[in-house]
Design a protein around this ligand. Sequence first.
Ligand SMILES: CC(C)(COP(=O)(O)OP(=O)(O)OC[C@H]1O[C@@H](n2cnc3c(N)ncnc32)[C@H](O)[C@@H]1OP(=O)(O)O)[C@@H](O)C(=O)NCCC(=O)NCCS
Length: 207
Amino acid sequence: MLRLEKINGKNVWDILKLSVNEDQREFVASNDVSIIEAYTTITNNGYVFPFGIYDEDILVGFVMIGYDKDDYWDDAPQIADNNYNLWRLMIDKRYQQKGYGRKAIELALEFIKTFPCGRAEYCWLSYEPDNKVAKNLYESFGFEETGEMDGEEIIEVLTLREQEIPTSIGGGMNCDKHGTYYVGKRTNVCYNCIHEQSYQIQSISHN
Ligand SMILES: CC(C)(COP(=O)(O)OP(=O)(O)OC[C@H]1O[C@@H](n2cnc3c(N)ncnc32)[C@H](O)[C@@H]1OP(=O)(O)O)[C@@H](O)C(=O)NCCC(=O)NCCS
């Protein structure tokens, strides 16, 4: 049964040990780089949700979801505005071609469709032109090329279907539960509530 677990002070050390095959290294940043990017996103008013991918208790990969852009992403593609981003995905070389990548995308999309940072029309991603495995995998979920590029990478976009927005995340100047700890330039969503949302997602799993 596959599940996503929010990155934390304990699992981060195992996540840092995950790696892809030599010939795949050009396709994805290493997890230490991704986690540094997650940190600078959070410290610059951005949103990011990094997760370990677990089969029961076995850590098999890493996935990172983004929303919109932080204050310093000057050359962000237009599609980044107000949309979610399947930002990083890797399955450790020991566990590839067992169906984990496909199931991890399903879980990531389920998480995105809870709209933790507010409603959005699209989920987008990008991949290196040579990464045919990723291209085929993403397109099997309905992602389509738009002609836009993110640097050297091809951008693909998926339209998010209308979903009920969970009522568990609230806005306003105060959070009843957590006081006044907020993030967000476009939504007044309590940071702690967002993370509870992430914890809740841990219970979503697939056989
Ligand atoms: C892309 C990646 C996440 C796929 O993960 P995975 O767990 O191996 O994928 P799955 O086992 O779920 O397979 C998904 C599909 O891809 C195919 N596939 C996976 N690896 C393949 C390979 N090396 N060669 C050919 N096909 C492959 C599978 O056959 C399957 O096809 P199907 O669903 O049509 O039958 C993994 O290869 C990876 O981490 N690659 C390096 C990092 C990377 O490229 N990340 C994406 C960056 S944009």
